[in-house]
Design a protein around this ligand. Structure first.
Ligand SMILES: [Zn+2]
Length: 500
């Protein structure tokens, strides 16, 4: 048992003391109780709130992304190529793949081509991954290395989309398990330092073994719920996995994840209206049509899986909602970036949670105006979703945006991150709503002691402070996973005595 003393709830309430026992909050009292044990921690009147969740991440990709060439600033294909050229280390092994990430070609004046990258290196494979990860751009050596069919290679001029792109990125995990696990651990600790206590990991891998191995090696920085993809559903069912099944440590099985359409930047999000200046009548791409989606979800549901359906375009969202209606059960739609007016109310009616990534609205506001002209009033429409009664949860989709809930919270509330006017400010939500959509627990009796301690009250912070919110302390089930310099001595005592 331990007391966390002198903590201030958000919104100007009187300081409280919390008793934590067995990972739970077992009592809440007005501040001023006597010490209950040597582990007690005095927060000195700092603010306390529930721990944060990032409801949609690709943790292995995020861990790798942080070590790859950053192309997010490139405003043309030529500029992206120049960044790659200046970042290549000449000393590296000739056969080592050069990987760049984060390019956004939706507004580029020139086209990405094989020739542009071949001019950098003819014999060394180069793979550049788009910011939305639905597209890869390769040079000739990479096309050969990854066995891209010659007829496809001739046609695509080095640019592959959707499943063809996912197949390439899946082969890029050149680092061994040990090294990857170390990177993941480091990324998780950094997330904890931002107040994160849990993530839904939708990495496109057979995640079970990765997580079991990591926990055995000591991973304990976050709660993790990992997704299972359709290609692994049989294996998961055979092994007796289902949503909520405890794997090891704080790791459990999450939902079945299905990617039904593409993305906005790659212009493959499946929409009710055609893309402007696309080849005649292109509405995007439907990777999994309803006739396949329905039996797949039914099978997963019968096997005990929650359902998470990636849908970005308004047509894809409608079709996903149709399938949920047919199944007679709810689930989640991941992204829900463009929703038709008449479909907003269906989320609540069908019990479908909207799992959204607010920072994408700011990354993609110009691309959205270009490719969804006249429709952006219902793009990234968090206010419309909430007003229609939908349950909304926030995430980053890291590596698409940084694994940092404060970035998502600031984007959801301010809808701008620079001097530009807010992007459809009528779709902003309040800080209270954004925090509720980023947490799963309360500071309350019987709740998990997943807690974040702050020097600033987010309810009164401006949007710049919100975006960069300093986090003093993070507790996961009462255990310290992050402490800033001021609290680290006290927190260190806690950590020691917990282990003893
Ligand atoms: Zn994702």
């Amino acid at each position: 048992m331990r007391a966390i003393r002198n903590a201030r709830p958000l919104g100007g309430h009187e300081p409280i003391d919390l008793i934590v026992d067995g990972g739970l909050i077992t009592a809440i009292l007005p501040a001023g109780i006597e010490a209950v044990g040597p582990d007690d921690l005095d927060l000195g009147g700092r603010f306390i709130m529930p721990g944060l969740w990032d409801e949609h991440v690709h943790l292995t990709q995020w861990a790798q992304h942080r070590r790859r060439i950053d192309l997010s600033a490139a405003e043309s294909a030529a500029e992206a190529a120049a960044i790659v050229r200046s970042s290549i280390h000449q000393g590296d092994a000739r056969d080592e793949v050069v990987v760049g990430v984060g390019f956004r070609d939706g507004l580029w004046p020139d086209a990405p081509t094989v020739a542009l990258l071949d001019a950098i290196a003819l014999d060394r494979p180069i793979v550049l991954i788009s910011g939305d990860v639905h597209c890869v751009w390769l040079n000739s050596a990479a096309l050969v290395r990854f066995g891209v069919d010659a007829s496809i290679a001739d046609d695509c001029d080095g640019v592959l989309r959707e499943d063809a792109a996912f197949a390439i990125t899946a082969q890029l995990d050149s680092a061994g398990d040990d090294e990857l696990d170390r990177w993941v651990d480091e990324a998780a600790r950094e997330a904890a330092a931002r107040g994160v206590v849990g993530v839904v990991d939708l990495e496109m891998r057979w995640n079970h073994d990765d997580w079991q191995r990591r926990v055995e090696a000591g991973f304990d920085a976050l709660r993790v719920e990992f997704g299972v993809y359709p290609q692994h559903l049989d294996r998961a069912i055979e092994q007796g996995l289902r949503t909520g099944h405890h794997v090891a440590g704080a790791v459990a099985v999450g939902p079945l994840k299905v990617i039904t359409d593409g993305s906005l930047n790659t212009r493959t999000a499946y929409c009710c209206d055609p893309y402007p200046d696309a080849p005649a009548g292109s509405y995007g791409r439907l990777n999994v049509p309803p006739c396949e989606l329905h039996p797949l979800l039914a099978r997963a549901s019968d096997a005990g899986f929650d359902l998470a359906v990636h849908a970005i375009g308004d047509a894809a969202n409608r079709l996903a909602l149709d399938v949920f209606a047919k199944l007679g059960r709810g689930g989640r739609i991941e992204h829900a970036q463009l929703v038709h007016e008449i479909d907003f109310a269906r989320f609540a009616a069908l019990g479908v949670t909207a799992s959204v990534q607010p920072e994408h609205a700011l990354d993609d506001r110009d691309v959205a105006e270009r490719y969804w002209p006249g429709r952006t009033q219902r793009a990234f429409a968090l206010r419309s979703l909430l007003d229609a009664g939908a349950h909304v949860v926030l995430g980053s989709d890291a590596p698409v945006a940084p694994l940092d809930p404060w970035v998502a919270i600031a984007a959801a509330t301010a809808r701008t991150r620079d001097e530009r006017p807010a992007f459809h400010p009528e779709q902003s939500i309040t800080v209270v709503e954004a925090l509720a959509a980023s947490t799963r627990t309360l500071v309350g009796m019987g709740e998990a002691a997943d807690l974040v301690v702050l020097d600033v009250d987010p309810l009164t912070a401006d949007s710049t402070t919100l975006r960069t919110m300093p986090v003093a302390l993070t507790l996961l089930g009462g255990r310290v996973t992050h402490a800033d310099a001021a609290l680290s001595v006290a927190a260190g005592l806690i950590a020691e005595s917990t282990e003893a």
